[in-house]
Ligand binder design. Structure first.
Ligand code: ZN
Length: 103
C-alpha cells in the first residue's frame, strides 16, 4: 500500500469502564481509539475501554449500520440517533456519515 489515506481505518466503540456513554471512532490502533475517547470528557486514558466493531469497518455510521452492528434501535424511547455516536474524529467516514440524513 503506497497511499496511506486509502487504508480503511478500524472502527471502535470507546467509552469509560464505569459509565454508559460510548462514541464511535476510527483509528488504526486500540491506543489511538482510547486516546480519542479520553478527549471527549473528563475521563482519563486509563479508564477508557475500546471495543472493535469490525462490522462497521469501511461503512458510514447510520442508524441502519449501527443496528446491524448490534446497537439498540431505541434508547429511552427515542429512535437511535446515529449522529449522537459520531465523535467526528476527522476521518472521511465521519464526515460522510454526518452528511447523511438521519431518518
Ligand atoms: Zn471517524
Amino acid at each position: 500500500m503506497t497511499d496511506i489515506e486509502l487504508a480503511v481505518l478500524k472502527t471502535w466503540q470507546v467509552g469509560p469502564y464505569d459509565d454508559e456513554w460510548v462514541v464511535i471512532v476510527h483509528a488504526e490502533t486500540r491506543g489511538q481509539a482510547r486516546k480519542m475517547g479520553a478527549g471527549v470528557g473528563y475521563d482519563e486514558f486509563v479508564g477508557m475501554r475500546a471495543i472493535r466493531l469490525p462490522k462497521l469497518d469501511g461503512k458510514l455510521i447510520t442508524r441502519q449500520t449501527l443496528t446491524e452492528a448490534g446497537f439498540p434501535e431505541t434508547w429511552e424511547g427515542e429512535p437511535l440517533d446515529a449522529t449522537g455516536y459520531i465523535l467526528d474524529c476527522g476521518c472521511e467516514t465521519c464526515k460522510a456519515s454526518l452528511r447523511e440524513p438521519n431518518d
